[in-house]
Design a binder for this molecule. Structure first.
Ligand code: HAM
Length: 425
C-alpha cells in the first residue's frame, strides 16, 4: 500500500463540508470589504521567498520545499502567500490601473516543520492583502474584517493581539538593545536562540523553551524604541480599533517569523489548540513591494490557518448534505422509471439516489436510512401502472400517494426551499 506523505492530509467527505463553509464565508465577507480573489501558482522561484521572508528566518533556513527543476532553476513550494501575491502584483503592474488594491487568496502552503496537532507540512491559508494605503485606519479595518469573519463562522474564545515592530530606521536600535540585554544570558538560552542572538535576536522573544522565556522575561520592549512616526502610527491604529469596538490586547513580545514586517503586526490566538496557538496572523509590510522591485507602495495583510479553524469548529462541523429523495423501486420496469426520475431530479438540483442492484425493499429502505434520505419514493409494479408512488417522509414517519408527474414540484414544496442542493442541508 502506498500511503500519503507525513504531515500532508487528505480532506475527506464529512470534513470537507466544514472547509467549504469556511471558504464560502470568507469569499462572501471579504467581498463586502472590497477584496477580489487572486490565484497564484503554488511554486515560485526560490529567490522570491529568500528575499521577502528573509534569509535568517526559520522558514527560509530550514522549512522550505526547494527543488532544482529539469531546467536547472531552483523552485520552491510556497511556504506562504504574501510573497507570491506581491510578485504577481508587481509583474502584472496592477498598480498602474489603481495603486490601491485589495486581494485575497486561498490554497495550500508548504513548510517542512515537525508535524503535530495544528501544524502540518501541507496546510491551507485564507489570506487577505490591502495594498497602497498606509493610513492606520486600514490596519484597523483589516483586523475588524478578520474579527468579523471569525465571529461569523463561530470561532469564539480568541484574542486579537497587536504590536508594532517599528521600521528599518528605529528597529536596529532595539535590536542592539536586545543583543546587549541577552549577552550575559547566552548560556541560559537554547541552542537555536544562541544562534538567533546574532542573526535574528527578536525571534528569541518568541521561543517556547522555558529557559529562554525566563531569560527574556525582563527584556526591553520594542514599544519603548519606536521612533515618532512609528509610535504615532501605532497609537492611531489602537484608537481606530477602539473606535470600531474591536477588542484587542497589546503584546510587545510578539515578533513574527517573517522579516518583511514594518510597524503593525497582529495575531489572533487561542488557548484551545495546544502549542499552535495562532489562528491567524499578519501585519504591515511597507517596504516589501519596493524590495521586490515594485513601486514604493505600502501594504498590510493577514493569513488564517484553515486546519486550525476546522479544529476549533470541532464538534460543530457542518453536516454533509442529505439526499432529498431515495427512489426504492421493485421490479425491472419500476427500476427503469426510478432511474429516469432520479436523473431528472438531479438535473433540477435535487440530490436523489436509487438502487442499482435489484435489492429487496427492506434492503433499499436500510440504504435510504444510512444515507439519511429526507424522503423515500416507493415504486412497485402496481404504482407504476397507475403512475403514482408512495412518498415517505423519513423524518415525520408519514406516507402519502403522489402522482409521478408532480414529483419534483411536490418535493420542492415539501422541502420548502430553493431549488438547489442547499435545500436538503
Ligand atoms: P504566518 O504567521 O506564517 O504568516 O502564518 C499565518 C497562519 O497560517 C498561522 O497563524 C497559522 O494559523 C497558519 N499556519 C502557519 N504554519 C502552519 C502549519 N505548519 N500548519 C498549519 N497552519 C499553519 C504568514 O504566512 C503571512 N503570509 C501572513 C501575512 C499575510 N502577513 C501579511 N500578509
Amino acid at each position: 500500500m502506498i500511503t500519503g506523505i507525513k504531515g500532508m492530509n487528505d480532506i475527506l467527505p464529512g470534513e470537507v463540508e466544514t472547509w467549504q463553509y469556511l471558504e464560502e464565508q470568507a469569499r462572501r465577507i471579504f467581498a463586502a470589504y472590497g477584496f477580489a480573489e487572486i490565484r497564484v501558482p503554488v511554486v515560485e522561484k526560490t529567490d522570491l521567498f529568500c528575499r521577502s521572508i528573509g534569509e535568517s528566518t526559520d522558514i527560509v533556513e530550514k522549512e522550505m520545499y526547494s527543488f532544482t527543476d529539469k531546467g536547472g532553476t531552483s523552485i520552491t513550494l510556497r511556504p506562504e502567500g504574501t510573497a507570491s501575491v506581491m510578485r504577481s502584483f508587481i509583474e502584472h503592474k496592477l498598480y498602474a490601473q489603481d495603486p490601491v488594491a485589495r486581494l485575497y487568496y486561498l490554497g495550500p502552503m508548504f513548510r517542512y516543520e515537525r508535524p503535530q496537532k495544528g501544524r502540518y507540512r501541507q496546510f491551507h491559508q485564507i489570506g487577505a492583502e490591502a495594498i497602497g494605503i498606509d493610513d492606520p485606519r486600514v490596519d484597523a479595518q483589516l483586523m475588524a474584517m478578520l474579527t468579523h469573519y471569525l465571529d461569523e463562522v463561530g470561532i469564539r474564545d480568541v484574542e486579537l493581539q497587536v504590536n508594532s515592530l517599528g521600521c528599518p530606521e528605529c528597529r536596529p536600535a532595539y535590536r542592539q538593545a536586545l543583543i546587549f540585554f541577552l549577552q550575559p544570558q547566552l548560556e541560559a538560552l537554547c541552542e537555536d536562540c544562541r544562534r538567533r542572538w546574532c542573526t535574528n535576536p527578536l525571534r528569541v522573544l518568541d521561543c517556547k523553551v522555558p529557559g529562554c522565556r525566563e531569560a527574556t522575561a525582563q527584556a526591553p520592549s520594542i514599544l519603548d524604541h519606536l521612533d515618532t512616526p512609528c509610535a504615532d502610527h501605532f497609537s492611531r491604529v489602537r484608537a481606530a480599533l477602539e473606535d470600531l469596538a474591536v477588542p484587542f490586547a497589546v503584546n510587545p513580545r510578539m515578533v513574527r517569523g517573517l522579516d518583511y514586517y514594518t510597524k503593525t503586526t497582529f495575531e489572533v490566538v487561542t488557548g484551545n489548540l495546544g502549542a499552535q496557538n495562532a489562528v491567524a496572523a499578519g501585519g504591515r509590510y511597507d517596504r516589501l513591494i519596493q524590495d521586490l522591485g515594485g513601486p514604493p507602495l505600502p501594504g498590510i495583510g493577514f493569513a488564517m490557518g484553515l486546519e486550525r479553524l476546522v479544529l476549533l469548529k470541532g464538534e460543530e462541523r457542518i453536516a454533509p448534505p442529505r439526499p432529498a429523495l431515495f427512489l426504492a423501486a421493485l421490479g425491472e420496469a419500476a427500476g427503469r422509471q426510478a432511474f429516469r426520475l432520479m436523473c431528472s431530479l438531479q438535473r433540477r438540483g435535487l440530490r436523489a439516489e436509487t438502487d442499482f442492484e435489484g435489492k429487496s425493499l427492506k434492503a433499499q429502505m436500510r440504504r435510504a436510512g444510512r444515507l439519511q434520505a429526507r424522503f423515500v419514493l416507493i415504486l412497485g409494479e402496481e404504482e407504476l401502472a397507475r403512475q403514482i408512488g408512495q412518498l415517505r417522509d423519513m423524518d415525520a414517519g408519514t406516507q402519502e400517494e403522489i402522482a409521478l408527474g408532480e414529483l419534483a414540484e411536490r418535493l420542492l414544496e415539501r422541502l420548502g426551499q430553493r431549488e438547489t442542493l442547499d435545500a436538503v442541508r
